[in-house]
Design a protein around this ligand. Structure first.
Ligand SMILES: C[S@@+](CC[C@H](N)C(=O)[O-])C[C@H]1O[C@@H](n2cnc3c(N)ncnc32)[C@H](O)[C@@H]1O
Length: 193
């Protein structure tokens, strides 16, 4: 498995991607629980077509960095949100040139990072002390893992583990502040030490 397979997969889906309008309230809740403060530099990792942008922009970041490895996803996101507060980065997060971040969110994309240690190390380098990382899904872990267990998607994702186990992968650099892993949704807020 390599990134080419991930890029091909998401490039093909981008035009007809489901932006899940029915999960709007859930995304509002996730952003509200995360407690983004205004004026920060915030990254949306694996931003897709930008389902999180409207929610994140309401928190008034100084800059929203939208990162995605799929050129097609980025193209659609730019078309929907030509907003000067958004900096688009068509890149593999693991290789992206990022500034120091006040916060980062990865919504519905964490399972596609197959090498968690590399993901952790990248965010350790780029999230400021006392900044935070949010890993979230608008539905529960069991549903997410169900969606991902088909022949094709299972090649480009790893199942979500219980929130405590995922949080443990970020030790000793991040402290869990909020772990939600219930029948409705899944969310970790991890504070950078
Ligand atoms: C399931 S989609 C979710 C998109 C969006 N967050 C949403 O909820 O609609 C996962 C996204 O992560 C992106 N992605 C996967 N691996 C990535 C990587 N290494 N760096 C940046 N983006 C990546 C994919 O291209 C895809 O757009």
């Amino acid at each position: 498995m390599n990134n080419t397979e991930i890029v091909t997969f998401f490039d093909r889906l981008a035009a007809n991607w489901n932006d899940c309008p029915d999960e709007y309230d859930r995304r509002e809740e996730i952003v509200s629980l995360a407690g983004f403060t205004s004026g920060g530099i915030v990254a949306d990792i694996g931003c897709g077509r930008g389902v999180m942008f409207a929610h994140l922009l309401k928190t008034e970041p100084e800059e929203l960095i939208a990162v995605d490895i799929s050129a097609e996803m980025i193209k659609h996101a730019k078309g929907f949100f030509p907003d000067p507060r958004i900096t688009y980065l068509h890149a593999d997060l693991l290789k992206a040139e990022l500034p120091m971040l006040d916060a980062a969110i990865i919504y519905n994309a964490y399972p596609h990072f197959l090498h968690k240690q590399a993901f952790v190390e990248k965010l350790v380098r780029h999230i400021k002390k006392d900044g935070f990382l949010v890993i979230a899904h608008g539905i529960c872990k069991e549903e997410i893992n169900g969606v991902h267990d088909g022949e094709c998607v299972s090649r480009i994702s790893v199942p979500l583990e219980p929130a405590e186990q995922e949080a443990a992968k970020f030790e000793p650099f991040f402290t869990p502040e909020l772990l939600i892993d219930n029948a409705d949704f899944y969310m970790l807020k991890l504070l950078r030490k």
